[in-house]
Design a protein around this ligand. Structure first.
Ligand code: ADP
Length: 502
């Protein structure tokens, strides 16, 4: 027995077997009860039909011709008793009662004279119904010896000396009942045993087959789950749609795919994080080393250095501190964005106004490098619905880059265009451009384009921050770039339409 079968046997299979056995026993018991009920009814109906005329016969044949069994209102017990005992000698199962027209028992003849009548009268309704239907209908009447019990009977009316009444013969008398009960008991025992053995045999066969079929797919699934648990991440349930429990099979396969995807994602995020730390520490080291070198020189050679040299050294240390603080700020900003600690607060604002402000802010830097920085179509007032602080941050990074990677005499243009329900924002420069092979990676903070050569120019976090800001606005940024011709960074923001949004 394999491991999965072992785990299946104690619980599921046992429960299935228990349920099955209970079901079969209930069915068997119901079968026996129903069979016995109808067998008993059939037996009683047959007996009543066969003996329907017994009472009539007594009246017609015996009493009309013989001396009357009622004399001056009292029963001729001897005559009545004799006649009845003759009948009972033939059929010991009967008990005979002489009733008056109110159903009161005048006299009874029973096999065992020690038995006393428990009731003094019987209901006449079933007797009248029996006589009216001439014994054709199945009717049950009172049993004077067992109050509350209903028995098959035969009855006939008599009229002697102006007194009316009924001969009432209980066909299933005490003796009949005893014999019937004994036979029934034996019959039941045989039937029960036979039925039990047969049903158990079939139940075992059907149960084995059913449980085997039911658990066939389960075994397969459990085996696959076990393989997956033990590290075989490729384990999947084959042909899940053909399985009886296809929902489960499909769910497992989807879950396994998700787990594997998540693991891969986590692994790659982990890998990227490691690369980020390595790159950032390298980037931190360079300005720090420069800083340390110049500060030491200033300390040691303070007396021998000229004023100009001191100024020059201090400028270099100042630039290094700038670089360090930029990198630390970017790192802080990026880690906050990546940890999803930043929730955009979206509101309507004029992207045109913001663009004007940014152009003004970077004008000096652009002028210094001899670059023309301009806003395209500055008259239109475009409103967008976004987080103004985050959008400003993204635009800053993009403009900074554009200026950084553009040669003197080049130009940087910020263009805003209304497009359907969006405003398209385009930052185009005539700078160095980005090789096609490197374009897919520029938004990944650590895979700096043209690594070693350009490394000194930036830290590779600016565009990663831009990308995160785009994600927070459910939008994407596209880069179109040709080396030596320039680059365009394009993204859309939802336009603010006062009638719709307010
Ligand atoms: P960095 O601090 O290095 O500028 P970014 O994330 O801002 O980091 O940019 C990633 C890389 O993409 C840059 O190192 C640069 O090679 C390239 N890049 C970004 N913007 C431009 C641009 N406008 N022109 C050319 N190259 C660019």
């Amino acid at each position: 027995m394999s491991q999965n079968e072992k785990t299946l046997t104690p619980k599921l299979v046992k429960k299935l077997w228990a349920a099955f056995i209970i079901l079969v026993l209930l069915m068997g018991a119901s079968y026996i009860l129903i069979t016995s009920y109808f067998a008993n009814k059939h037996n009683q109906e047959t007996t009543q039909r066969l003996n329907a005329d017994v009472a009539n016969h007594v009246i017609a044949e015996k009493f009309q011709n013989a001396s009357p069994f009622l004399e001056d209102g009292s029963v001729n017990k001897e005559l009545f008793g004799d006649l009845m005992h003759d009948m009972m000698a033939v059929n010991q199962g009967i008990e005979v009662y002489l009733l008056n027209d109110l159903g009161e028992i005048l006299y009874s003849v029973v096999l065992d004279p020690n038995d006393k009548d428990a009731t003094k009268s019987v209901s006449l309704d079933p007797i009248r119904s029996f006589i009216q239907d001439q014994g054709e209908k199945f009717v049950l009447g009172d049993d004077p010896r067992n109050p509350g019990e209903q028995k098959i009977f035969s009855a006939a009316p008599y009229s002697v000396d102006g007194r009316d009444g009924f001969i009432y013969i209980v066909l299933a008398g005490k003796k009949f009942q005893e014999v019937s009960n004994t036979l029934m008991g034996q019959y039941f025992a045989k039937l029960g045993l036979g039925a039990f053995l047969l049903t158990m045999l079939f139940a075992a066969l059907i149960g084995l087959l059913a449980i085997w079929f039911l658990t066939k797919n389960l075994r397969l699934i459990i085996d696959t789950v076990r393989r997956f648990r033990e590290g075989d991440l490729t384990a999947r349930i084959e042909n899940p749609d053909s399985s009886d429990i296809s929902i489960f099979a499909n769910s497992f396969n989807e879950m396994a795919d998700n787990i594997v995807d998540n693991m891969n994602q986590m692994q790659s995020v982990d890998q990227l994080r490691r690369e980020l730390i390595a790159n950032v520490s390298h980037d931190l080291r360079t300005p720090l080393a420069v800083l340390k070198g110049y500060v030491e020189t200033l300390q040691i050679k303070n007396d021998t250095l000229s004023e100009d040299e001191k100024k020059e050294y201090l400028k270099i240390t100042h630039d290094s501190i700038d670089k360090l603080s930029t990198l630390i700020n970017q790192l802080f900003e990026y880690s906050k964005l990546e940890a999803e600690q930043v929730t955009p607060i979206k509101e309507p604002f004029s992207i045109t106004e913001l663009s004007h402000d940014l152009i003004a802010k970077f004008k000096l830097l652009a002028d210094k490098k001899g670059i023309t920085l301009k806003l395209d179509n500055p008259e239109d007032n475009n409103m967008v619905f976004a987080d103004v602080g985050l959008v400003e941050r993204a635009l800053q990074n993009l403009i900074e880059n554009a200026i950084k990677y553009t040669q003197p005499n080049g130009s940087v243009t910020l263009a805003l265009k209304k497009r359907d329900k969006n405003v398209e924002i385009n930052i185009t420069d005539t700078g160095s451009g980005i090789p096609v092979s490197e374009q897919p990676f520029i938004f990944d903070r650590y895979k700096q384009v043209g690594k070693s050569a350009k490394k000194q120019q930036g830290y590779g976090l600016g565009l990663a921050i831009v990308k995160k800001i785009m994600d927070l606005h459910d939008t994407t940024i596209t880069v179109l770039s040709k080396p030596k011709e320039g680059s365009s960074f394009i993204f859309n923001l939802p336009a603010y339409l006062p009638s719709v949004s307010s």
